[in-house]
Design a protein around this ligand. Sequence first.
Ligand code: ATP
Ligand code: MN
Length: 465
Amino acid sequence: MKRTKIVDVLKSTVCDIDVLVKGWVRTRRGNKMVSFIALNDGSVIHNLQIVVDNNNFDEELLKKITTGAAIAVTGRLVQSQGKGQNVEVQASSIEVYGTADVETYPLQKKGHSLEFLREIAHLRPRTNTFGAVFRIRHNMAMAIHTFFHQKGFFYFHTPIITASDCEGAGQMFQVTTKNLYDLKKDENGSIIYDDDFFGKQASLTVSGQLEGELAAMALGAIYTFGPTFRAENSNTPRHLAEFWMIEPEVAFNDIVDNMDLAEEFIKYCVQWALDNCRDDIQFLNDMFDKGLIERLEGVLKESFVRLPYTEGIKILETAVANGHKFEFPIYWGADLASEHERYLVEEHFNKPVILTDYPKEIKAFYMKQNEDGKTVRAMDVLFPKIGEIIGGSEREADYDKLLNRINELNIPMKDMWWYLDTRRFGSCPHSGFGLGFERLLLFVTGMANIRDVIPFPRTPKNAEF
Ligand code: ATP
Ligand code: MN
């Protein structure tokens, strides 16, 4: 007989047929006569109830069916008499693939803290919570690819190892095959990279944007979706050293087109989650975050506020004048901290905000400069509970302006010639942004810590598993 997944068994409209199911035992309870096994195979959050007439089975076999054991069950699918499920399986034969020792299997009882589960990240996908999170994670990846594919964007693969350290988005991890115990240095004490693998200093990428721009200037509209690395030492609930980023880049889009795209994109993903991950989201809503579904539906209803940075600062300064306390000072020119972003979104407007036209000093060199000489056409999308979920901009398309900014910031030209070539040959207005995949997942799952939406988080002093 062919195995049926539990997700399909539970959807079955026919009864009194034989089925073969395989999965892991969540619980076994019952009495001398009968056992009830809650079986889960990861295909869906719900368990399938297996009813076992103990008299028909060997006692030694039944003893092995404990929480965590992997089993196969053949039996009759019937309408359930009990509460909590429509159907159940009356076991006719059971095979135990792998036992799980009652004394040592860590997921014995329910209700472990998320902190503890992080320490057993190799087992936590077997919990309801992480099963839900990782099924949603998969679904969001599908939503993202579907969204861009339907819009005619091309999925473009930018390199993960890069030799330009000018991306300017954060501290980079170095990639080397050199013997770190025995480094050759020149007379100034600088490391000689000539004999290193790439013949020069190389790192893990912090963003695929620069290469993404090259592609947009040829294919028109592209997106990247890949791992990104930042060695910033920020131990926060919203930062990882290794995270996944989605970066669309579109030729001929200006900043308004860019904002429209970002808003449509996020709403599409949220709608997808509500349509396709309902059971998992309902579970997370009930267990962790009673406002989750309401917040997801709220985002779909609202038009995002679009507000210049300068206006945002005025609102925050007014809040301070009226007695609101922030940890970090706020003034024109300051980079917004998460507390400021969340004040605008959660307290002032009560809906997502796209903040635009930031001071050029706090933004990257490639952003289009405004006529005022002070600000650039940047846009950050700020979300409830998250703060910044997207950062993007219209790009500077003018060769001279871009070169000036590169010189002002002392960015080495040897790294930039290929990027500047886009502005020498057929330059055009273009825009793009980066969405942090795990920040989107924080929003959609309602989880509070970014370590709980990626299978194996990498953070300062932590690279377990
Ligand atoms: P933040 O100010 O929150 O540190 P950033 O301004 O450095 O973020 P960008 O360089 O604009 O981030 O990156 C684009 C997007 O990538 C961000 O909007 C965010 O969603 C995500 N992101 C950035 N850094 C991280 C990180 N360390 N871990 C997870 N996601 C991140
Ligand atoms: Mn940013």
